[in-house]
Write a protein that binds this ligand. Structure first.
Ligand code: AMP
Ligand code: MN
Ligand code: MN
Ligand code: MN
Length: 283
């Protein structure tokens, strides 16, 4: 089946998006999406609702998640598509990956208090839809609310990225574990938004090489996080490493996200779309 408008990356209130799965499905369908996936961070709790909502909107669906991984000292995101969301090893692996978020958030809050914003933990919690999934995005929304910054990108620049006063280093899942959880549950692992990582050429080569060796199948080429030039660059990387290509907006919120669901360029024609590898997993 050939899909023209596949959007295989977005977030609901089950992680750090602001819309419930049903509203995302409605918005995706209104924007012409014909194959959709909800990819909440480290969580599959929204998958059954998303599938039902996709069906109600007449869209095809692939299950999804976006796993936080630590590789070469940096955070990398691995999208999983087309897996069984009830697979025990996957469910347990994601629960373990979520496990450190509460303590990390407390530490972030302590650091933010020292630079002048008290009560950030409680404040961020008010934006959280899933208590196991408190993220930097929720802190960013609180810091905008109290007037510490104008918008969330400014919060990340000033407070929530490496070397800034609200940033707490964290160890996420190992790359091989994340890929195995996804593939062991019948899905395909995809490197999310590769242009966002601040890797040297050698580190990036190591990431793609190890990802392939662990059984990874794809890379996001067209995403809301890439410029056109970056899409061209990672189309070449996909071919070089024999990876399929994915396409996804990474939509989080009507207010915060620049790229709306389904509103992004098509995949370059010479690539194998990742959904072709997953034809028998489409629901
Ligand atoms: P966490 O998993 O708690 O480390 O939070 C990561 C999330 O923060 C990402 O999935 C994005 O939604 C958001 N994020 C990361 N960097 C930025 C940025 N520079 N501007 C806006 N949002 C960001
Ligand atoms: Mn996010
Ligand atoms: Mn991501
Ligand atoms: Mn994402």
């Amino acid at each position: 089946m050939s899909f023209l408008n596949a959007d295989l990356h977005c977030h609901s209130v089950v992680s750090d998006g602001t819309l419930p799965p049903e509203a995302l499905a409605e918005r995706a369908a209104a924007n012409g999406v014909d194959l959709w996936s909800l990819t909440d961070h480290d969580e599959v709790g929204g998958q059954h609702r998303a599938l039902a909502a996709a069906r109600a909107q007449g869209m095809k669906y692939l299950t999804g998640t976006e796993i936080s991984v630590t590789f070469a000292g940096k955070t990398v995101h691995i999208v999983g598509l087309g897996f069984d969301p009830d697979n025990p090893a996957l469910v347990q692996g994601l629960a373990a990956t979520r496990g450190g978020r509460g303590a990390r958030a407390q530490e972030m809050s302590d650091q933010l208090a020292k630079v002048g914003t008290a009560g950030a933990y409680e404040g961020a919690l008010r934006y959280v839809g899933n208590p196991e999934l408190i993220s930097r995005t929720h802190f960013a929304r609180f810091l905008v609310e109290v007037g510490a910054c104008r918008d969330t990108p400014e919060v990340f620049r000033k407070y929530l990225t490496e070397g800034k006063p609200g940033f707490v280093p964290h160890r996420w899942a190992a790359l091989g574990d994340a890929v195995r959880w996804i593939t062991g549950a019948g899905g395909a692992a995809v490197i999310a938004h590769p242009a966002r990582y601040d890797f040297s050429a050698n580190e990036e080569w190591a990431l793609f090489t190890e990802f392939k060796a662990h059984g990874g199948r794809g890379v996001e080429v067209v995403t809301g996080s890439h410029t056109n030039a970056e899409a061209v660059r990672y189309a070449e990387t996909a071919i070089e490493f024999g990876l399929a290509a994915s396409r996804g907006s990474d939509f989080h919120s009507p207010v915060e996200s620049h790229t709306d669901l389904g509103k992004l360029p098509l995949l370059p024609g010479q690539l194998t779309p990742v959904w072709e590898l997953l034809a028998d997993r489409i629901q």
